[in-house]
Design a protein around this ligand. Structure first.
Ligand code: SF4
Length: 377
């Protein structure tokens, strides 16, 4: 469920987010409900249970709780939700409101993901975030007081002139809060962002490869000591508290994407997949939904081998790697036997481990994850 509105567009952001101070929430809610009804009646999704719901953004914590409640209620009617479904809402600290957080909880949100990014005032200013470190910490406490027992903090490293000590200072402050889950991503200068344009004219001093790698390994080491499991390359959770929704992406499950710029995917009968992306501008999205019930802007199909390669790439991001039996059931061949020539060299160099049940990256292999995935199939 994509909520594409933000109070300010951060210069590094390449998400489908739009600066709107007063979005037309009523129209957006109606469009989301129409689109949800549309997809739940399609042959590929009709009658299937929802395993998780994720309100992402943008800034979903700008949305009136009544909108969130209306969407969850609609999903309960038109899709059927598993009793213990994980229902996450992304919140930005600059928009944390105790009344709203309580109302989100009552509406059915049972997991909150807070976009902290850094706990250093100058880094947050550089990122153009609208919050400071104190607000980020306050947002966390507001969430706890509102009854949230499953909280993720998003953090970012590899910022200009940041050194290992700076990053670990933020990481330790976050660990002290004791969230259930932490996502730690390295900043990337994405094309077509304001940051990419300014960086091209006058480059920022970003950490060199060696420093960035020390941040990557430092993150793993310090979170391991704090009893978080690195269940995915950039995601860490206390036991049993992995994000089920994101795990669904890495496991290549089907999903419905609702909202401006959202995308969805389903497996097709020829063992490939089909996926779609919606119109990105919120106002055009609303207009299109009103006229045709969906807002598909583009759609593509992948044949079996393309889909299998994508599933490999995603599966190798997970600590437990690719389940050989599930993969074979899904695509009709065993990944290790089929791609033996490509995978054997990684295996001999101890970057890749193979058992009867799975194929996964070793600790040594994590740094070359993309190269391993690219060599498959
Ligand atoms: S708050 Fe998040 S989604 Fe919004 S502009 Fe900033 S980075 Fe993008």
């Amino acid at each position: 469920m994509h909520i594409p509105f933000c109070l300010h567009k951060c210069h590094y952001c390449d998400f489908n987010s739009h600066e709107r101070l007063q979005p037309d929430w009523d129209a957006y809610r109606k469009a989301l409900i129409t689109e949800l009804n549309h997809w739940s009646n399609t042959p590929q999704f009709s009658g299937r249970k929802l395993h998780s719901i994720f309100f992402g953004g943008g800034t979903p914590s700008l949305a009136p709780p009544a909108l969130i409640e209306a969407i969850i209620d609609t999903a309960r009617v038109c899709c059927d939700i598993e009793d213990d479904a994980e229902i996450t809402l992304e919140a930005n600290p600059g928009t944390a409101d105790s009344g709203n957080f309580r109302a989100y909880r009552q509406a059915g949100i049972n997991r909150l993901s807070i976009g902290v990014q850094s706990l250093d005032a100058s880094e947050l200013r550089w990122l153009e975030r609208i919050h400071g470190p104190d607000e980020a910490i306050q947002a966390y406490h507001i969430a706890r007081n509102a009854g949230f027992t499953n909280i993720n903090l998003d953090l970012m490293y590899g910022l200009p002139e940041q050194n290992l000590h700076d990053w670990l200072t933020t990481l330790h402050s976050a660990i002290k809060l004791s969230p259930e889950h932490l996502s730690c991503y390295q900043l990337t200068v994405e094309p077509h962002t304001k940051l990419a344009a300014t960086h091209a004219q006058k480059p920022y001093v970003l950490p060199d490869d060696e420093t960035a790698l020390s941040m990557f390994w430092g993150t793993r080491e310090h979170l391991k000591r704090a009893a978080y499991t690195a269940y995915e390359i950039s995601n860490f959770a206390k036991p049993g508290l992995q994000c089920r929704h994101n795990d669904g992406y890495w496991l290549y499950h089907d999903y419905i994407g609702i909202g401006a710029g959202a995308s969805g995917k389903w497996d097709t009968s020829d063992q490939g997949i089909t996926r779609y992306s919606n119109i990105r501008t919120p106002e055009r999205y609303i207009e299109t939904i009103e006229t045709r019930g969906n807002a598909i802007n583009s759609q593509e199909s992948l044949i079996r081998n393309q889909a299998a390669a994508e599933a490999c790439w995603l599966g190798l991001r997970r600590k437990s790697g690719i389940n050989r039996k599930v993969f074979k059931q899904r695509f009709g061949f065993d990944i290790w036997q089929h791609s033996h020539a490509a995978l054997q060299p990684w295996h001999s160099r101890e970057k890749l481990a193979v058992t009867d049940t799975s194929v996964y990256l070793t600790e040594k292999g994590l740094a070359v994850a993309d190269a391993v995935a690219a060599s498959v199939l």
